[in-house]
Unconditional design. Structure first.
Length: 122
């Protein structure tokens, strides 16, 4: 995992995040990584609305929220190079450093269980 630097999403890293999402047309059809937030992703929201809500959430991060590791999206130019593993390792180290939780629950989702970028319930 050498060669990767992992940063949490904040005002300073938001331009890099926005660039990744924009290169991939909003990720999962315009989600902008909002689907796992409490306000969720509505089929009536446009990609522009999701982008604005994500930007607003990043600007409002005065106090770090409880952590959620919900999804890894890797730029197509960097797939199969260990980016997701480095991201998970970095996230777990940051959670431990901040003392937010003592345990993490994980679930593996098979590619067959994903349709249109979303996990399909069995």
């Amino acid at each position: 995992m050498a060669g990767f630097r992992v940063r949490h999403l904040e005002t300073a890293s938001r331009p890099d995040f926005a660039g990744l999402v924009e290169r991939h047309k909003g990720v999962w059809g315009g989600c902008w990584c909002m689907a796992f937030h409490p306000e969720g992703l509505s089929r009536t929201k446009t990609p522009e609305q999701n982008r604005a809500e994500k930007e607003s959430r990043v600007r409002a991060l005065d106090v770090l929220p409880d952590w959620r590791i919900t999804c890894f999206f890797v730029d197509r130019a960097h797939r199969r190079q260990g980016v997701a593993a480095a991201a998970l390792d970095g996230a777990l180290h940051e959670i431990a450093r901040l003392g937010k939780h003592h345990w993490v629950v994980a679930r593996t989702v098979s590619p067959a269980a994903v349709r249109d970028g979303r996990t399909v319930a069995s």
